[in-house]
Design a protein around this ligand. Sequence first.
Ligand code: AMP
Length: 419
Amino acid sequence: MIKAVTGTKDILPSDIPRWIYLEKTVETVFSNFNYKEIRTPIFEETALFARGIGEETDIVGKEMYTFKDRSDSSLTLKPEMTAAVVRAYLEHSLGAQHSLVKLFYMSPMFRQERPQAGRFRQFHQFGAEAIGSKSPLLDVEMIQIAYEILKSLGLKNLTVKINSLGTSETRENYKNLLKKFLQDKKDKLSEDSRRRFETNILRIFDSKVESDQKIIKDAPKLVDHLDEESKADFEVVKNQLAKFEIPFENDPALVRGLDYYTKLTFEIDSGSVGAQTALCGGGRYDLLIETLGGKPTPATGFAAGIERILLACENEKSFTVSEPAIDIYLVRIDDELESFVSELAGKLRKENLSVDCDYLQRSVKAQMREANKLNAKYVLFIGGDEYKEGLLKLKNMSDSLEKILPLEKIHELISTIKK
Ligand code: AMP
């Protein structure tokens, strides 16, 4: 039997109510902050991600689902949204209509990572990109939105970590400092980190190897070498977070290796999801729009992983959703009324009621069992002596009270059910 591809997951009908609850929460919070939804294609030209995420990253280097189509174009299933949103922003000149464009999305993403709990090859993210302002208050808005969504989902065990990466000049100077510091310790670093020493030294901070961590812990910190503007912006972020009563930690090891990331970077972790603790990550990327061919435009954003958030919610039992129920199940007592029952179901559905009936010639008892399984609020019995007299029997399943109604008074029945 063919199975789902490793690292992908079916979202079954029983999972859907929790997904919908999350999606509605996300939509409400984004609407409160005046973000408009954007949907981009599942695949893009490979060059977009190579340039927009960076050749040196794990995503581009090792994890992308890249393929040639029949016209020999190199295409890639999107591994993240920022590059795609910026592409759409530039292609449709969205900045010409509004000088600050605030967008949100929910979409599947694809990365060929090693699957484990909370890490998939097809997973879903929601997130935001706000393009056109360099205000640090907009960076705070990103954290606020993410935090508010997670809180609205009832999550408690959260840690907000922040850092500032400064401008690209600051970072160049800092990289030299870091190089000097690591020069005589280089041989003790792991192979990966030795490679990063040459290609992208900041990413040594991402190393999970304990001996690397020991060495890097005493390294000079980027946050202590910021330019004046970045320093001032970082202070604004911290003060504003305090005003919003969002607790945060400074994490000097929170770095992004690419030159177009600037100033604020943040992550929100959960203590309830095992090894993969990050629920969401984001920050400012003032130089990306230029990298993708636009004119210099400051921007900030974040992305959050839906599967991981739902896992945290499940582990914390942070919210419950009620079992989906149908309004009414039609129980057919006489076999020859099959067609009449289906006709009546049609009429009731036109009244916006959720209705089901039997298509398997089941006994009355089996039909009742089905009605219970479906959590039907009402059951309508059709047939027997009552039907011959033009009557129907309606049973309220919550209190078992029964009511006899003449067939022509179907509207009374509808209003009873809708109440
Ligand atoms: P990133 O785009 O790598 O900054 O990731 C943002 C968020 O997406 C992370 O904090 C995770 O919650 C989620 N995420 C990233 N990669 C995966 C994955 N392979 N499987 C599930 N969730 C992921």
